[in-house]
Structures are given as C-alpha cells and as structure tokens.
Design a protein around this ligand. Sequence first.
Ligand SMILES: [Mg+2]
Length: 425
Amino acid sequence: MIIHLDLDSFFASCERLLNPALKGVPIAVGGRGDPFIFDKESRKNIDVTLENSGAFVPTIFYDSKSSFKEYFVEDGKVRGIVITSSYEARACGVKTGMTIREALLFCPSLKVLPPNHLFYHDRSHALKLYLQKKIPVLEQYSVDEFFGDLRGWIDESETERFLTSLREEILKRFGLPVSIGAAPSKWVAKMATSAAKPNRGNGVKVLHQKDVDSFVDPLPIEAFPGIGRGFARRLRAYKIETLGELKEAKHLLYRWKKPGIQLYHRVKGDDKEPVVAGHDRRSIGISRTIDPIYDRDEIRRRVLILCRHLAQLVIKIDAEPKTIFLGIKYQFGQKSKLSVSEEFIFSELALRRRILKMLKKVDIYPSLAVTRLAINCSNFKRGTSSSGSLFEHRRALKEQSLWKHTAKVRKKYGIDTIRSAIEML
Ligand SMILES: [Mg+2]
C-alpha cells in the first residue's frame, strides 16, 4: 500500500511543544509574510536559512519580533493572516487564510502566536530522519506531509496495525499528532488522510482496493488534492459535482490535455505514480503578499530584493537551477505568470537580468495595483552549464564568482550587508 502522513495542525502542535499551557485552548499561528524585507533600512544579523529544513522550501528569516504586539500590530491595527489553527479554534470557525482580525471576531479567546519557522522545520527534519528508518521509500511532500511506499515491506493485511502503532510512536517520541491514510495509489491515499483527521476520523484510514470506489465516488470534486477553484468551476460547467461523475467523464478530461488526463487517472487511482525518495526538493522560492502598489519602479525594487534573497537560498543548496518562475497577483485577483527554462550559469546578476526581462512580459495589467510577487527556481542540475558565446560564458563565470564572494559576506554579516543601490532608492 501507499501511505500518506499529514501532521495535524502542525505549526500549532509545535507551539504546544514549546508551551504546554497552550494544550486544549484555541490557538492560531499567524503570519505577516515578513513585510520587513522591503524596508529601506538594513536589518542587522538577519540571514536566510535552510538549516535542517529537509525537503521543503523555507524562505525564512530570523526575526527578533516576537510578542503579539510587536509582530502583528502596526499603526494601532492588527495585521496578518492565520497560517494554521488548532482544532479548538477551527471549531469556532477559524480558518487558514483568514485575517487575524476576523479570526479574533469568531473566537475572542483565540491565542494568536507569531510563527517560529526554524523550530517547525527542525521538528519536520527530525521526523523525516525517523520515518526514513521505519518506511523503506519515503518522499517528503511538504513541511508536514510525507508519502511512503509499504509494498514488499508490510503485508497489505497488516497495514492498519502498522500505521496505528506508527502513529502512536510518533506521538510518543515527538509529541506530534498525525493522521495517516493508505490506499493502492498515491493521491487516493492523500484523500484517505483527510478522512482520518481529528474532526472526521480516528487518525488512520486504510482503503483497500475493494473500498476505493465507494469511498471516492460520492466525494465532491473539491475534496481531491489539486482541484483548485478554477478547475472546479470548469468541471461544474459540465455538471460534474462529484468524483464519481468525474470518473465518467473520460472523454472530456482527455480533451483538456495533460492536466485533465493526469487528474482523470489520479482520481481513478490508476495513475501508477511512484513514491520517489530523495526527490523532494522540487523548487525553491520566495513570495510576498504586499499592500497594493501601483508604482512599477517600486515593484521592480521589490522584485530585486526577492532576487537577492532567492539567490542566497540557491547558494545554500549548492545547485544550478535552469528554470525561473515569476508570478504576479493583482488587486482584483487577476494573476499572471511566466516560467523560462534555459542553460545558463547561475548568479544573482544572471537571475536579476532574467527576472527583470520576464517582469516586462508578465505584467499584463500595468494599470492595476500589484498585491503579490513570487519568484522561484527549479530544474536543478549540477555543473556543466554553458552560457552562449565564449565571451558571454566568461562574463557569466565572472559574475558567478563575484556573487559567491558576496554570498559569503552576507552569510557572515547578514543578508542586508550588501545591497545594490537600486534597492535603496
Ligand atoms: Mg498538516
């Protein structure tokens, strides 16, 4: 069987490890998307970090702000959104993505905590090391989710017993509650996990082949991982409401090419997608939600700041990305994105040049305010890059070595130590 593990309200559970008095009370971890990175003044001793992060992409910055007031209150107003909340908070209607002000209206006794990403990643990594010993093929899917392949290791009839004891063991060793789903295929296993969650199940849900259809078919299409609001709307236009109906619509989904075909087989459970160990770093990125900004010079400035931080993350994992992505969100929810793949020698300058070029193309609503910026790198390779002509190649190598020196200084004295002039205009 393929299994999927998902830690229950992970960040909130971690906060309870740090402060057991938070057990049983409604809590939420809030975030402000580190708005401080766009400050024109340099911060001291702040570095990007990937320490012990395991697979997932932490774009975290040490931050000295720690009390509710320091972190969430600005100009007398409560800012920020809920990243995770405990099940007690969810019972009052608190949801991920809600503003903290709203959450406090739903649940006045809610304890809102600033995030502690370093600690969460440290726990995630420790758990991964432990799981690698217990499960032969393990894939980290996010900071709090893992896939595992038990085939040839645990007999199917033993799955439930194995998972129940694994779950108890994780709780005992790490103090972290987890829900586990099992099924013959990866994405159905992930759905099984939702049925195992504290508000619905008892921690473990095993779906044998004969139970898969009766479990999957009545579920609404949104229950499937990866069906976003856009896709759901398209399906609804064809009167497809449940996953069972989706399975009947093979011809339609095949017309939607790769994403449609992939979805169809994932829902049917015959996708045959393997659990891939060690393949867990797919991309590394940084994104920020910002107050609406019309001024394109300011957008360029912020994009360059994101480039500086992203480049510093890339050097930490010592990889050569070949694909660059830039995404923008606008004030009324419009989105635009672009990704470019090419052979090139990576450096901060090489990244900036490409991103600025992409920004011109991607900014398709230049009269609208921008509310979110995201950049990321993926498609990692090592060595053997070339960059156009011999002259260009030499220049790129020079830029790379300069950037590596800069990165060392930044590592030692802080990411803000060396900034380009344009960032400070
Ligand atoms: Mg989780």
